[in-house]
Design a protein around this ligand. Structure first.
Ligand SMILES: [Zn+2]
Length: 1023
């Protein structure tokens, strides 16, 4: 990152830019004239300086511009055409103008600089070309196919205004801009952040377009677009509750490439519905005069929130068939588009009207826009014409078949990887893991050259979104009015307060703390008005700032005291060891066990939420505060950014018994916490594993069928944990124990779920019902776990047949891998297996037509993906002859990329002969086969400079890992000795393969599996 640059804002600030750009789309450059008005800020009006007699200097940002001339004019003086000496400071992307005949003392309150210059038009041909400054793309007409169309657009965020005109390119330097364009062609549409004032065709055939003057704005949000464009338009009237918002009319246009405007209808309608909805929630007028969305063929960011003119990647913006989208058939596509549109609309208030004063705060700018969009999309009912559906009290708001809580559930699931990186203690590898949001953002002092995406890493961004969600729920709870306070993502009070903040700080650049202080003031005032007890005053600022400043997050343990009272205790949750070294001193104190402000949000037996802000290490609840009998779980709806650990299995029994009172997110949250306990050796807990059993029993209970069918996200986690524990037991326990676990737990689990789930279509193209990602993933896992269940196998066989012979689109894409694996596992006849083998080598293209891309109809399954699925299925075969064929097949095709996938299934659900304590034939076969070929493959894999050998090297490493995994690593075991002999014999000759390390790595993962398997009460787990 470049060194920190000081601001170039001096006592004089630019207040207005008059820009006249002459753009010929056939040329590589454009010419420009910028008249910049500067005014002395009131605070520095009367200051005297020792430099008063020095020549007057002005510093501007400029990048890639050739300045032809620069002059200064001072109003009410004879200084009206003084020429500047021009000095480029290219490394700093600056130009310095100095005026030899003008002293600093002579410039009193204001001046104007006029600059004539030449700028670049950047040609964009592929997705790899970065769109910045003014850029141009040619495209062919969608109808005529002629490649004679042109589109030009600007991308200035974060710091590229300076490559379009000389300016003070800083967030704190707001100014108005008036743009005049001279265009070489009269056929172009031209649009900008402001409305058009007039246009005329000049005598030379060129077109002159003048736009109105904008408001005072962040100049990097100023934008214009020129080109061959079509559009759809409409207008909305905002229904806002305030005087100012009432009746405001906002014209909306969605621009597309020629011939594509009909595909903009969905985007137009979404915008038309969401804009008034958000304005009403904020109770604020829309800040710009209009809203244009433009679909660009190339754009390095998905979308950019320019003032009144949002640019979006065309592939995201266009929807071929709006009816398809509304019917919910394009779920992934429309979810992304809805989210992006609302995100960009939200930016018009948050980021544009009120902005941050430094790039270091842009984590909040982006997290806030994304968060607001999640809330709005989650609440909104597009299918029902935009009715404001309340989302509390279990009401279901449908949005394109998205159930209430789906977005937050998916968010909670993806948050697991954020938790994981946030649980790391700072290592010496220099990455951001283990740092707090403020530690990361403090490192961003200047992003002069780097992109906006460098201002924060993905994990801190996801964390920030979740902190905002926690903040909103706490805020609503502290307000405590009506049905609020249930930690159910109610948002009205919070949004209204944000609206008031926008009203207070409009057209200003502020800091995050201004948000927190403002929101805290709203709460305090509200509570004063209600004459609430002020003795235990909650401070929202302290609450949120502590979360931003502290690294990591807590785990809260819940236990019962001897007296039968509920006790909670928090500790920082960490994974791995601290690696303190000198470089890290002062960076963070690695293992410090912080105390966080934890909103416990306790779900009680009557389904309501009782909140307690835990700001100490631990707390025991008296019976008056919270009777233990009323306690069900903490972290209602998983609104808090923390994990929970219950210290006795009886808590999980209570949770299982109260499933019907819990929300989807409650159940998913408990399971995700259990899953991370099992994976984290430090936190590993027998009780969490017992808890898993309790909840799985409750979930598969016939009486809870209805809950199950609405909570596939929870089911997906259950199946994932079940598969993991199964494989841990299989790999580390005596065969008899695995057999017991399989017949007592895994098989009944698959069977019961198969029976309890409503329908198992044999033709997915006929299914009227829409499947969510989690549901289809759960169904896929059931087909895999159920490889030994006759009904499930029978079902998989039908789909296998349809995959090969049709009907068209009868098999869900997401089930293909599971269907193939199930078939392979059960296939005993050599002929059919041969067919499967052939599918992997021959063209599988005919099968593609029989696959329905349920979740993403716009991106079809590729041949290579289907081939990989087929290859991955091969190793699942239980038949000895077939397995021999698989090994031969791998050996014959050892040079093919990904061929090692053919072995992945080979240790899945071992054959019963092992259960009878005979040796595992497949393992033995694979081991002998590997030893037989190893020398030859290893030698070839080490030939220098050949791509083939690099490929083979990877393949061989993966094969070794897969085979080593099945060997017992216990000291002195026969397995351990066999592998050790092999490692010793080959290790020196083929050093690059690091055999010893590979084997040790498998031993470590085996130790984790062993520890997990140890926690399972194998004999007692009966479903
Ligand atoms: Zn954004």
């Amino acid at each position: 990152m470049s060194a920190q640059l000081t601001s170039i804002i001096g006592p004089f600030k630019p207040t207005n830019y008059d820009l006249a750009l002459d753009i010929d789309h056939t040329k590589k450059n454009f010419t420009g004239k910028a008249i910049i008005s500067f005014t002395k800020s009131s605070s520095s009006l009367n200051t005297q300086s020792s430099h008063d007699n020095d020549p007057f200097k002005v510093t501007l940002n400029s990048s890639g511009l050739v300045i032809l001339s620069a002059t200064i004019a001072i109003p009410d003086t004879d200084k009206n055409n003084e020429k500047a000496n021009i000095k480029y400071l290219n490394d700093l992307q600056r130009v310095e103008l100095s005026f030899a005949n003008l002293t600093q003392a002579q410039v009193l309150t204001s001046f104007q600089i006029t600059i004539k210059y030449i700028g670049k038009i950047n040609r964009i041909n592929t997705f790899r070309d970065k769109t910045s400054g003014l850029f141009i793309t040619n495209y062919s007409d969608m109808i005529t196919g002629k490649a004679s169309n042109t589109i030009m657009a600007t991308q200035s965020q974060p710091c590229d205004s300076r490559s379009i005109f000389p300016c003070v390119d800083e967030l704190a330097a707001r100014a108005s801009i008036q743009l005049t364009l001279t265009l070489s062609s009269t056929k172009f549409q031209a649009l900008s952040s402001a409305d058009m004032e007039n246009e005329q065709v000049l005598e030379n055939g060129k077109m002159l377009i003048k736009f109105k003057r904008t408001e005072q704005m962040v100049i990097s949000l100023f934008s214009f677009v020129i080109g061959d464009l079509d559009f759809l338009e409409d207008e909305v009237t905002l229904p806002g509750a305030s005087e100012a918002a009432l009746g405001q009319k906002v014209p909306i246009k969605v621009y597309t490439l020629k011939g594509a405007s009909q595909q903009a209808r969905y985007a137009l309608n979404v915008t038309k519905h969401f804009l008034p909805y958000l304005a009403a929630k904020l109770q604020q007028p829309y800040p710009a005069t209009k809203l244009d969305l433009v679909g660009l063929p190339f754009l390095s960011n998905g979308a950019v929130e320019n003032w009144g003119l949002v640019n979006v990647q065309q592939s995201i913006l266009l929807v071929a068939d709006e009816n398809d989208a509304i019917a919910g058939n394009l779920r992934n596509k429309t979810r992304q588009l809805n989210q992006i549109i609302v995100h960009e609309i939200a930016h018009q208030w948050f980021g544009n009207l009120v902005s941050f004063d430094s790039w270091e705060h842009y984590w909040l700018n982006e997290a806030l826009a994304t968060f607001l969009a999640y809330v709005v999309v989650n609440e909104f009912d597009f299918a029902n014409g935009g009715a404001n559906t309340t989302n509390g009290n279990g009401n279901v708001a449908k949005y394109s078949n998205v159930d209430y809580q789906t977005i937050w559930t998916e968010q909670a699931i993806s948050l697991e990887s954020t938790f994981e990186s946030d649980a790391a203690v700072v290592g010496d590898d220099g990455d951001d893991s283990g740092l707090s949001i403020s530690q990361i953002s403090n490192a961003v002092q200047n992003i002069n050259v780097d992109g906006i995406d460098k201002t924060f890493d993905a994990a801190s961004y996801e964390k920030a979104i979740h902190l905002l969600r926690m903040l909103m729920n706490v805020f609503e709870n502290e307000n405590g009015a009506g049905s609020k306070g249930q930690f159910d993502d109610s948002s009205d009070f919070f949004f209204k307060a944000l609206g008031q903040l926008v009203e207070k700080y409009n057209h200003q650049a502020i800091k995050p703390v201004d948000y927190w202080v403002f929101l805290n003031d709203v709460l305090q005032k509200q509570n004063q008005d209600k004459n609430k007890d002020q003795s235990n005053k909650f401070n929202l600022t302290n609450f949120i700032v502590s979360w931003i400043k502290l690294p990591g997050f807590p785990i809260v343990s819940v236990s019962l005291t001897k007296e039968g009272l509920i006790k909670v205790e928090q500790h920082r949750y960490t994974i791995g060891q601290s690696t303190v070294n000198d470089n890290n001193k002062g960076k963070t104190n690695n293992h410090e066990d912080y105390i966080y402000h934890v909103p416990l949000a306790i779900r009680t037996t009557d389904g309501t939420v009782f909140n307690w802000m835990l700001t100490e290490r631990s707390k025991i609840f008296t019976n008056e505060e919270l009777p233990a009998a009323k306690f069900v779980k903490i972290n209602a709806n998983r609104t808090g950014y923390f994990k929970v650990n219950y210290e006795s299995a009886s808590f999980y029994e209570t949770i299982g018994a109260n499933l019907s009172k819990l929300s989807k997110l409650d159940i998913v949250g408990v399971l995700l916490d259990i899953e991370s306990s099992i994976g984290n050796s430090e936190q590993q807990s027998k009780i969490a594993v017992d808890g898993f059993y309790q909840i799985t029993k409750a979930i598969t209970n016939e009486g809870n069928k209805a809950i199950l069918s609405k909570n596939f996200e929870a089911l997906e986690v259950v199946l994932r944990i079940a598969q993991y524990l199964g494989s841990a037991i299989q790999l580390t326990k005596p065969a008899g124990e695995f057999k017991q676990f399989k017949s007592n737990f895994l098989k009944p689990l698959a069977k019961q779920l198969f029976q309890n789930l409503d329908s198992w279509p044999v033709n997915y193209s006929d299914a009227k019902y829409k499947y969510s990602r989690a549901e289809i993933a759960s169904r896929s896992a059931i087909i895999i776990i159920g490889v030994e269940d006759p009904d499930i196998t029978n079902y998989a066989a039908k789909l296998f047949k349809h995959l090969n012979h049709g009907p068209k689109k009868s098999v869900a894409r997401e089930l293909v891998s599971a269907v193939l694996a199930n078939f392979s596992y059960n296939c005993k006849d050599t002929k059919s297996f041969k067919k499967l083998l052939q599918d992997t080598t021959r063209s599988v293209e005919p099968c593609l037509a029989n696959i329905d891309n349920l979740l993403d109809p716009e991106s079809a399954m590729a041949v290579t993906e289907l081939q990989s699925a087929a290859v991955s299925a091969l190793g699942f075969t239980r038949d000895e002859q077939n397995f021999k064929k698989v090994l031969n097949y791998i050996a014959t095709n050892i040079d093919s990329k990904g061929i090692e996938l053919a072995l992945v299934g080979f240790n899945y659900f071992e054959v019963d002969e092992q259960a009878n304590n005979k040796s595992n034939k497949h393992k033995q076969m694979a081991w002998e086969w590997l030893q037989l070929h190893f020398d030859q493959w290893a030698s070839r894999s080490l030939r220098e400079g050949s791509e083939y050998s690099q490929q083979l090297f990877k393949t061989l490493q993966n094969l070794l890992i897969t085979v080593f995994k099945t060997f017992d690593a216990n000291e002195g075991s026969a397995d351990q000795q066999a592998v050790q002999r092999f490692v010793n014999a080959k290790g020196t000759k083929f050093q690059a393969h690091k055999l010893e390390q590979l084997w040790k790595g498998q031993a470590a993962s085996r130790a984790r599996d062993m520890a997990a398997a140890e926690l399972v009460a194998i004999g007692q787990w009966k479903l």
